[in-house]
Design a protein around this ligand. Structure first.
Ligand code: BG6
Length: 499
């Protein structure tokens, strides 16, 4: 998975990438505070940050001292190396913090002081303090509209050489805007230096799909239309739009979650075995899935809006934006012909979850009488939980102990904690920042792939079905149950995961 070739099985043996200057655009924003700065601190602690300087920049006026203070507060509030001893760490590691803090500097992009010249001076100073040629990683944690001006500015500032850029979604809002964005980026950075981040692909469980499928002889032979009945990718959220009303109202559930996260995961579930475990082959196979995705038709879509959404701050009073979406998708190739993929996600739903559920076909003929319990709990399932615990469960029918032949659903379960290596886990952003520094594209999306997904989405985007209101704390509009007939949604689970 890495340009450095195969590595030791012990994760601690993974080499940190070469020296870097990371330029963090949007350094005082929400994503930076919640994920990126705490994630970088964790990489420092895990010995994965290399010799690196982090130049924070944003439109806010701040000094380097203030930026360091903001970063410390962010790491204390949102980091896993914080005072609460989360994840087994027993307290903030002051030594690690001092090391990390000394890497941080700040330059403002507010009118006046900085501009391209100020930024290039700050980067030059950071490079000089490393004392050897460093790579540059420009992380654009900025709204889509700002992304193209940042890219242009990097060109003007002479900061393109030895550089890679990481871009945050949304990558356009439809095919035309995605193409325009990609063209503008490509005028400055070639595709091989662009890393479009999709944090779902950085989750341990998402990568475990690849391990499970391609490291075993057990699953791949049945991973096709002959044995799989249907697949669900279901990501209900209990959150509302929580202070992101303005962004969300202009985006909606489809653009926020489906094009980026759910369909990207579908790529891993549905792809053919790559010729090698290396970025180009994996990307090629994922993009082939996207090319085979049938156009998403309005009649295969249910859109919903939770009760009271229009009263949220930043949301327009006559908003037509969906906060819920469910889709029946199909892949037009030999492996998946006739197998529906059901995708669902929404805000303010009954429970939060992030599951992929593979439903297997029933045996062609059953010798068990109807009252034996056969089929009572639906088909056999392989379920991936994309949560931090990264669980996998295989459920099947077994005999109930005692006389006669009564059946019950049983399951084999595996969770990350069973592997006993939790201390090696990198959270999604940590993993992806590290991979971008190492130049590894495996878990990133490409211009081609994104454009293809927008092309397949066109019928739905051009003629979206009406938005239906659903109760807060429900599972979405009632039509969502019709969409999946004759099947049913796996969530809510009839039985909980075992602890
Ligand atoms: C983000 C979306 O990309 O993913 C949010 O913008 C969503 O709306 C979030 O809540 C979900 O991510 P996770 O990792 O918390 O499941």
């Amino acid at each position: 998975m890495n340009e450095n070739g195969p590595r030791d099985a012990d994760a601690s043996a993974f080499e940190p990438p070469e020296p870097h200057v990371i330029v963090l655009f949007g350094a005082t924003g929400d994503l930076a505070r919640r994920k990126l700065l705490p994630g970088l601190l964790h990489l420092e602690r895990a010995g994965q940050l290399a010799d690196c300087r982090i130049v924070g920049t944003s439109l806010e006026e701040r000094s380097t001292t203030e930026f360091r203070k903001l970063t410390r507060e962010a790491c204390e509030s949102f980091g896993r190396d914080g005072f609460d001893g989360f994840d087994g760490f027993d307290g903030f590691d002051e030594e690690c913090w001092q090391r990390f803090e000394s890497r941080l500097s700040y330059v403002s992009q507010a009118s006046g002081p900085a501009g391209p010249a100020g930024l290039s001076t700050a980067v030059a100073e950071a490079e000089a303090s490393i004392g050897q040629p460093a790579r540059r990683l420009h992380y654009l944690s900025v709204p889509p509209k700002a992304a193209t001006s940042v890219v242009q500015m990097l060109g003007e500032a002479g900061l393109v050489g030895r550089s890679r850029i990481v871009m945050e979604k949304p990558f356009g809002t439809d095919l035309a805007s995605a193409k325009e964005l990609n063209d503008k980026v490509h005028q400055v950075f070639p595709e091989e230096r662009v890393f479009r981040i999709d944090h779902f692909l950085g989750k341990e469980a998402a990568q475990n799909i690849l391990a499970l499928r391609f490291a075993n002889g057990l699953f791949e032979p049945i991973w096709n239309r002959n044995h799989i009945d249907h697949i669900q990718i279901d990501v209900p959220e209990t959150l509302s739009v929580d202070g992101r009303g303005k962004f969300y109202d202009a985006t909606g559930a489809f653009r926020d979650m489906v094009v980026t996260h759910l369909l990207q995961i579908l790529g891993f579930v549905a792809m053919e075995p790559p010729v090698a475990l290396e970025p180009a082959s994996i990307t090629e196979e994922r993009n082939k899935v996207f090319r085979s995705l049938k156009p998403i038709m309005p009649e295969h879509v249910v859109r919903g809006r939770y009760e009271g959404y229009r009263d949220e701050e930043g949301v327009s009073a006559d908003s037509k934006t969906e906060t819920f979406i469910a889709i029946k998708a199909s892949i037009d190739n030999w492996r998946w012909s006739g197998v529906p993929f059901y995708l669902r996600t929404g805000k303010k739903m009954a429970e939060g979850g992030r599951i992929i559920s593979i439903a297997f076909r029933a045996p062609p003929k059953s010798m068990f009488p109807a009252d034996s319990g056969v089929g009572q709990y639906g088909p056999d399932h392989l379920t991936f939980d994309l949560d931090e615990s990264s669980r996998i469960s295989l459920s099947f029918y077994g005999k109930q102990p005692g006389p006669g032949m009564l059946l019950d659903k049983a399951s084999l379960q595996f969770s990350l904690s069973d592997a006993g290596k939790e201390e090696h886990t990198l959270r999604a952003y940590e993993r992806l920042i590290r991979d971008a520094m190492a130049g590894d594209h495996t878990l990133f999306t490409t211009a081609d792939g994104i454009e293809r997904l927008w092309a397949a989405s066109a019928p739905m985007l051009e003629d979206p079905p009406d938005v239906q209101i659903y109760d807060r704390g429900s599972w979405g509009p009632k039509d969502v149950h019709e969409l999946i007939l004759p099947h049913t949604w796996r969530l809510p689970f009839e039985r909980r995961w075992r602890d």
